[in-house]
Ligand binder design. Structure first.
Ligand code: DLL
Length: 423
């Protein structure tokens, strides 16, 4: 097994816990000392002296933080370093339009690059391998995060950024791209354009995709279409960007969270009580080595569960969480049935002849919500087949509309919008 950082990736769980205790204490003390936002939060919650916080057992007394805190303190109200120490910022606008800003010190960029480099090597990258980075290079963290990590891992970077799919394919062919990185729906787009151009990419072996709903069915589709091994990479603006929270290994049995950099909890999103391993809930993250803005008990809104804390067959010891099944604010309730968009994706991918382009259209007529599933498929698939399969799998009957290949909108840049609301 090859690791980017063998010692850190394979230390025992006992050592990880010991290290996490030290780093948690350091992080809480750092935030308290550096920024009044945190100090006020902690004193309001009854943590009167810093020494009241000793280890992870005391974390329960620390209040949660959320996206709202980032937005309320825009632009740098939660920052724990002087602005002269900031080297880079990234930002996500989210659905409400108010920006979440993440500043980075030199050390934060190094930490990000280390996490991302571990992901590349975990996927099978070797020094000098050609990696093509297709998310945009800008405020979105995807492009730069993949870039910093690739530099650290010693890869040959083609920093195409987003868009111009034909040129992406030409470059991949001309330079023999081995690793393709991007948002999930862009992998599908690349394959489509490859087909229309009748081009193969024989050197392409590895895909690293994330940032969007990513069902196992979709991962397998992408693998067979592009003839590669596809990995599910996870991270977010607030934790420091793509790859910070980890990726699945070649066993594809859960996402290894880089636990020497992040302490995770799973909580019940309603009661906010901690849940035992194996139970699905909201992921809460505390960073252990971030300077500019450490996230402390950050409610990610992402739903997952802890799969295993045992050593993985790949040799890594870091805890594995399940694929992100949705966001707490993503859940749809239609005629009394609750479901997540990703469940629709998973069910659609089970139907032979269905293509990986779909939309979930929610229509509201006189207060009654209806769902229509628009999906591209070949001629063998009918709307009735879609309706029947979703009824069996999800317990409700949306209307299924089949479209020809190429008829539904594509996203050449950024994240695709799968759920569409119509009044
Ligand atoms: O999407 C970071 C990223 C870039 C990850 C490129 C992977 C690849 P944000 O724009 O801040 O950052 O969005 C973060 O996207 O809270 C999840 O809801 C979702 N997300 C990210 N990765 C995955 C994934 C980037 N692998 C939000 N599976 C997160 C499902 C994901 N959802």
């Amino acid at each position: 097994m090859r690791c980017f950082n063998y010692v850190s990736e394979t230390i025992s769980q006992d050592e990880i816990i010991h290290y996490q205790n030290l780093k948690l204490r350091e992080t809480i003390h750092w935030a308290w000392a550096q920024n009044g936002f945190f100090r006020k939060r902690y004193t309001e919650a009854g943590l009167l002296r810093l020494h009241d916080f000793c280890n992870m057992g005391d974390l329960i007394n620390i209040p949660f933080t959320s996206k709202k805190d980032f937005r309320d303190t825009y632009p740098l109200g939660m920052c724990c370093v002087e602005p002269r120490l900031i080297r880079e910022i990234h930002m996500s606008s989210g659905s409400t339009g108010t920006a979440v800003v993440m500043p980075y010190t030199t050390s934060d960029i190094e930490q990000w690059a280390e996490c991302m480099a571990r992901c590349y090597v975990m996927a099978g990258a070797n020094e000098g391998d050609v990696v093509q980075i297709t998310p945009s290079f800008g405020l979105f963290n995807g492009g730069f995060g993949m870039y910093h990590g690739a530099q650290t891992a010693g890869l040959f970077v083609i920093p195409t950024g987003s868009g111009n799919t034909e040129r992406q394919i030409k470059l991949a062919k001309d330079f023999g791209t081995k690793i393709l990185c991007g948002v999930v729906s862009y992998a599908v787009r690349i394959h489509e354009v490859m087909q229309s151009l009748n081009v193969n990419l024989p050197n392409l072996k590895i895909g690293i995709f994330g940032a969007e709903s990513f069902s196992e069915g979709m991962r397998k589709r992408i693998e067979s279409q592009l003839e590669i091994e596809a990995f599910d990479i996870y991270g977010m603006t607030e934790t420091g960007g793509v790859g910070t929270l980890g990726m699945d290994c070649q066993a594809h049995n859960g996402i290894h969270v880089w636990e020497d950099h992040y302490y995770i909890e799973i909580i019940d999103p309603v009661t906010t009580k901690n849940l035992p391993d194996g139970e699905q809930g909201e992921l809460v993250v505390t960073s252990l080595s971030r300077q500019a803005i450490p996230v402390i008990r950050f409610r990610t809104g992402d739903l997952t569960k802890i799969i295993s804390r045992e050593k993985c067959e790949c040799g890594r010891t870091h805890t594995r969480i399940a694929k992100i099944t949705g966001r707490t604010d993503d859940m749809l309730i239609i005629k009394g049935v609750n479901f997540f968009p990703q469940q629709v994706e998973e069910a659609l991918m089970e139907i032979p002849g269905v293509l990986p382009q779909y939309q979930i259209v929610i229509e509201e007529n006189d207060g009654v919500r209806d769902v229509r599933i628009n999906v591209e498929a070949d001629e063998s698939v009918t709307g009735y087949m879609i309706e029947k399969h979703l009824k069996e799998r999800l317990g409700f009957s949306p209307k299924g509309d089949v479209f020809k290949k190429g008829e539904l909108p594509r996203a050449d840049e950024g994240k695709i919008k799968r759920v569409i609301y119509k009044k």
